[in-house]
Design a protein around this ligand. Structure first.
Ligand code: TRP
Length: 336
């Protein structure tokens, strides 16, 4: 197996939603089919340990996310699709990297800093309250995910850009201290892939509880779309597409021509009821077939296990010998 041209991880917490689809799944599915590229996609189940302490939720989320990616057309034979926890080499590399990562670098991580800032605003004023070492060193685990496969490009959301900078710092430090083994990965923030708005108009996200799950029933999908907040303009009044959540969701799925036409209908005055119904029909049409595949897959978790195990075998064709090389480089080797 070759090193990764593209690599990205998906934390296994929560249920896959429409925002995940347009932001991460859809572009990854496209890349997975490209047979001139080696792309790695994995379920970051060790990352999910930090926030979620419920074993059954973690397992359920891994099942749902894997099923969603497969149902939406991931070409798992052409790419490398696996669970992080099936690759023990990643954890070994995590410790090796932890040993040379500056604590000061981790102090600067946004997620950690935000947690400390929140604590400091509270009465007891204990900056460490509720902060696990896992949260603190999360960027090192992420660096190990990436460096284990010497990935060249890492597509992520904007919130992950800092982690990629840290990964490059860590890789450079290893290369400097020992030997140049690691490629410094490039971050790819796809500006064209859409950031979806959720039910309340803020970014669709599991932390805001404003998301539309990808594979709820058709009835539930319709119900949620009907709930999306709009303003109080009457049925025939002209409306502004650019500030409308319904329109932004439509735009993330429709072609340019369709989007243009819809924008014109907004300016002429389309009623919210009509728009919601059309948006529902449009999305439902796209999700109908994947939804059927998803339902079947969820019923057969052992098929998903088998796909992931095959992926892990492919991934380890790279990670096992590469870790061996890393161990030798740092002097963890036979004594002879
Ligand atoms: N931290 C990423 C997120 O929350 C998920 C992730 C874990 C990841 N390991 C990775 C992304 C390695 C890219 C590469 O979105």
């Amino acid at each position: 197996m070759k090193n990764a041209d593209y690599l990205t991880g998906i934390t296994t917490s929560g249920t896959p939603h429409l925002g995940n689809y347009v932001g991460a799944i859809r572009p990854a599915v496209e890349t997975s089919k490209n047979n001139t590229l080696v792309s790695y996609y994995f379920l970051a189940d060790y990352h999910s340990l930090i926030k979620n302490h419920d074993p059954s939720l973690r397992k359920q989320s891994a099942l749902e996310i894997a099923a969603a990616w497969i149902a939406l057309g991931l070409d798992y034979d052409n790419c490398v699709f696996y669970r992080q926890s099936d690759i023990p080499e990643i954890l070994e590399l995590t410790w090796i990297l932890t040993s040379l990562t500056a604590k000061g670098l981790m102090n600067r991580a946004h997620a950690y800093k935000a947690a400390v800032a929140q604590n400091e605003g509270e009465e007891q004023n204990d900056p460490d309250k509720g902060i696990a070492m896992g949260l603190f060193s999360y960027p090192i685990l992420m660096a190990a995910d990436i460096l284990m496969f010497n990935a060249r490009k890492v597509p992520v959301g904007k919130d992950q850009v800092q982690h990629l900078e840290m990964t490059r710092d860590i890789a450079a430090r290893f290369n400097h201290i020992y030997k140049k083994l690691f490629i410094l990965p490039e971050v790819v923030v796809d500006e064209t892939s859409a950031v979806l708005s959720g039910l309340d108009g803020r970014k669709m996200s599991k932390s805001y509880h404003n998301y539309i799950p990808l594979f709820d029933t058709q009835k539930q999908l319709r119900k949620l779309i009907m709930k999306i907040q709009t303003n109080s303009l009457g049925p025939d009044e002209p409306k502004d597409p650019e500030t409308c959540t319904l329109f932004s969701i439509y735009k993330a799925f429709a072609s340019q021509t369709e989007t243009q036409k819809m924008a014109d209908r907004y300016r002429q005055g389309i009623s919210w009821g009509t728009m919601k119904q059309e948006l529902f029909e449009y999305i439902d049409d796209i999700l109908k077939e994947p939804r059927q595949r998803y339902v079947e897959l969820i019923k057969n978790p052992s098929d998903i296990d088998a796909i992931l195990k095959k992926g892990a075998i492919k991934a380890r064709e790279f990670s096992v010998p590469f870790l061996e090389k890393i161990r030798k480089t740092i002097g963890i080797q036979s004594l002879g």
